[in-house]
Design a protein. Structure first.
Length: 150
């Protein structure tokens, strides 16, 4: 599997509970643009409507060579999941504070574009501050270890 993009903000703003790998319905120019790595997951989220899952606010830049046959960069795209997975996600989302967010875009072994969507719960402000402090501590520790090895 080759990871094309990750949603780093999602890992900072949310506590990831479960992850699912889903296919996605794309047009040709979107796939070519994704192969170039021109996708942004920053503010995107998934929504369940009428038993189908859609990804919204996922920006896939237009492919230069597609000219008039190009796609709309912000259109909503359908995610392909099994019916049982959709029913399970629907039940989980009805719980207070849970949401579906895309965390990674990857190509599987067969060359198909896959999205990893995660069931997540929003972090509180104090939890985000603790994560920043922990990251700073880790960075300082690595710097100290690096000094000792010299």
């Amino acid at each position: 599997m080759k990871i094309i993009a990750t949603n780093k903000k999602a890992y900072f703003n949310y506590e990831i509970l479960e992850s699912y790998e889903a296919g996605i319905s794309l047009v040709g120019s979107e796939v070519k643009s994704i192969r170039q790595g021109r996708i942004n997951l920053k503010d995107s989220y998934a929504e369940i409507r009428a038993g189908e899952v859609f990804i919204l606010n996922c920006h896939i830049s237009p492919y230069e060579a597609a000219n008039r046959f190009n796609h709309d960069p912000e259109r909503e795209r359908k995610l392909l999941l099994h019916r049982q997975e959709i029913k399970r996600l629907t039940g989980k989302i009805k719980e207070k504070g849970l949401t579906l967010i895309p965390t990674k875009v990857l190509f599987n072994d067969k060359g198909k574009v896959k999205f990893e969507i995660s069931l997540a719960k929003g972090k509180k402000a104090y939890q985000k501050k603790e994560a920043i402090k922990e990251r700073d501590r880790e960075r300082e520790l690595r710097a100290e270890l690096k000094k000792e090895w010299r």
